[in-house]
Design a protein around this ligand. Structure first.
Ligand code: LFR
Length: 471
């Protein structure tokens, strides 16, 4: 028995609707619609920076158009980046455009709040939903809101009229108890936030409602949770890197690690599909490269990567975890992404773009090495292979550098891991495929292109580079 399913997958720079035919050992994909996701800055006359918003209605239009192009499907699943939300009033109307997690409104807030790790197990990222809510607490919107809906839940609400908070994404808010997997009312009260805004938690695999007669199914609506479902691993001794705008580097565990060392290393315990824990760290990912490309007017990437591959390795490295790289580039002066990178890496003025790209990729591999090593130590696990999934799996230079840096084989692919994880959870929910994560992953392994990269022999150069960035 096979069926066709539609995955809506929203990334930080574009969205797509992907149909997948699954069942009977088959898993084939078709990207039926791609649309841009272009944040909008407004209100620059009120304060110098204004506020960076998601253009949520344009995203919704992309979703609806994509579903139209998808044609008849068994069901629909939606995933997106985490932490961001929309507020709706008691009539169901959206109160303002959701704010982008890279907006500066949360600057400094995390440092003023008590440590939440013991309860929610999350790494402190300045943009966690809890800090966004603390920043928004005084606004009229917050006061009159009836419900908070995370981005995929908001889109699902518009499609079906049903509200809820999908678990994997709710786990990124900072307000969910990592042990009970329910909202932590004591934490919410203690922070003086409104618990009544938070809808009941629903779990991947449950039916949300219908859109024009087609079931909409809760999937791992946090994109990283869906990507981890599609990691084509056998056994347990693997680390994964879900590499796109961010690199999410970590392990799949049965229970959270909440030790002081884990907290100090800023490792997160996010909720995964089938009650797993995604024990990982956010590494800056391809974002600095994407921003440079944008600033350079989108030059030919394959050509640039080829040139970068011929540059001397590890000549210039930066600590990509430095928060200075978090905000979008302005495209001008020293605050451009290129300017920030040049300054921190100490690049000579005549260094060209290929040198800069090599610096970014070496630095990313170095940061990924560090996260894999730390995850392994903090969780007390053996790692014999690194699975690299997502758009980054297309980047051969990055995959090879990651294998070299980690001193481990890298299995790269699938590129569309997030959409595949989304589709698999739907297909299982309607009974077209069955089994646990192991069975779902076997299907990915058997049907998708996966490329193996062997590590180079010497670790010395990487260890020295790590010491140079002080990590
Ligand atoms: C990746 C991702 C990360 C999350 C970041 C912000 O797309 O979802 O997991 O930390 O975006 O939401």
């Amino acid at each position: 028995m096979t069926g066709v399913f539609a995955a809506v997958d929203l990334g930080a720079s574009s969205g797509r609707v992907v149909t997948g035919r699954l069942g009977g050992g088959e898993l084939t994909l078709d990207v039926v619609h791609r649309f841009p996701n272009e944040p909008v800055r407004v209100g620059v006359t009120r304060n110098s920076e204004g506020t960076l918003h998601w253009d949520i209605l344009s995203l919704y239009r992309g979703v609806v158009e994509g579903l139209r192009k998808a044609g008849p499907v068994r069901s629909i699943g939606i995933d997106s980046w985490a932490v961001d939300y929309g507020l709706i009033d008691s009539s169901g109307a959206l109160l303002g455009n959701p704010v982008h997690y890279r907006d500066a409104r949360t600057d400094g807030i995390a440092g003023r709040v008590k440590d939440l790790y013991e309860v929610c197990g999350l790494q402190t990222l300045p943009f966690n939903t809890v800090y966004q809510l603390l920043a928004a607490r005084e606004t009229p919107q917050y006061e009159v809101a009836a419900r908070l809906l995370m981005i995929p839940d908001l889109l699902a609400y518009w499609l079906t009229g049903e509200i809820g908070a999908e678990y994997t994404n709710a786990s990124t808010t900072g307000l969910l108890d990592v042990r009970t997997r329910e909202w932590s009312s004591s934490l919410i009260d203690e922070l003086g936030l409104r618990g009544d805004l938070l809808p009941p938690v629903r779990h991947p695999g449950s039916v949300i409602g219908t859109y024009r007669g087609t079931p909409v199914i809760a999937v791992g609506s946090h994109d990283t949770a869906s990507a981890v479902v599609a990691v084509p691993a056998t056994g347990r001794d693997f680390a994964y890197i879900s590499c796109g705008t961010w690199s999410l580097v970590g392990l799949e565990l049965d229970r959270p690690v909440l030790s002081a060392a884990s907290r100090a290393a800023n490792f997160t315990n996010e909720g995964g599909v089938d009650s797993t824990i995604r024990y990982l760290r956010n590494v800056m990912g391809l974002w600095p490269l994407q921003e440079c490309l944008r600033e350079w007017g989108s030059p030919d990437l394959p050509q640039l990567l080829e040139a970068a591959a011929s540059e001397p390795g590890l000549a210039f490295v930066v600590d990509l975890d430095d928060p200075v790289f978090m905000p979008p580039g302005t495209g001008a002066g020293s605050t451009s992404m290129e300017g920030r990178l040049r300054k921190l890496a100490g690049l000579p003025a005549d260094a060209g773009r290929a040198t800069l790209v090599r610096c970014i990729l070496d630095s990313l591999a170095l940061a990924q090495r560090r996260a894999v090593r730390q995850a392994r130590e903090l969780a007390g696990r053996t790692v014999s292979v690194v699975h690299l999934v997502g758009g980054g799996a297309r980047n051969e230079l990055l995959c090879q550098l990651t294998a070299d840096a980690c001193g481990l084989p890298v299995l790269a692919g699938p590129v569309e891991a997030t959409a595949i994880g989304n589709l698999l959870v739907q297909a299982r929910a309607v009974g077209v495929v069955d089994g646990g994560l192991g069975a779902l992953r076997a299907l990915v392994r058997e049907t998708q292109r996966i490329v193996r990269y062997e590590p180079g022999v010497s670790d010395e150069a990487w260890a020295a580079a790590a010491a140079r960035v002080g990590r």
